[in-house]
Write a protein of this length. Structure first.
Length: 129
């Protein structure tokens, strides 16, 4: 489980560690990540410079704020990947910004590996019996 959670965290880091455009460039593009409603007020909106799940690195605070842990509870192991940045709360979208599904995409990209990790762990458990 720990391996799967760490891989998911690394995928999220990879998708939020590159700078595609500066804040000034995004402004000149017409705020491409603005929600349709907010873009109307701005009277501008260009196409996205990168897919919505790619987070453009600015200061590095967001990319450095990924956390992951595994815990054992009453229902078994639970793995969690999350971001403690103040900006993370906006990833589900706001009145002014479109939804940024970074963890959904990280899960989609890693799904096969996560399943294989789980199967491998189950195999090891069964062999230990």
């Amino acid at each position: 489980m720990k391996k799967s959670v760490d891989e998911l965290k690394q995928e999220a880091i990879a998708m939020s560690s590159k700078q595609y455009a500066s804040t000034n460039q995004l402004r000149k593009m017409g705020h491409p990540y603005a929600s349709a409603r907010f873009a109307k007020r701005l009277r501008a909106r260009s196409s996205l410079p990168a897919p919505s799940f790619i987070i453009n690195r600015q200061t590095g605070e967001f990319v450095g704020s990924w956390r992951a842990f595994v815990r054992l509870g009453a229902n078994g192991l639970t793995g969690t990947v999350y971001n403690v940045s103040s900006h993370a709360r906006h990833m589900q979208g706001t009145v002014k910004m479109i939804r940024r599904p970074i963890l959904d995409e990280a899960m989609r990209r890693r799904k096969a590996r996560l399943i294989n990790n789980f199967k491998g762990a189950m195999h090891n458990v069964n062999e230990a019996r």
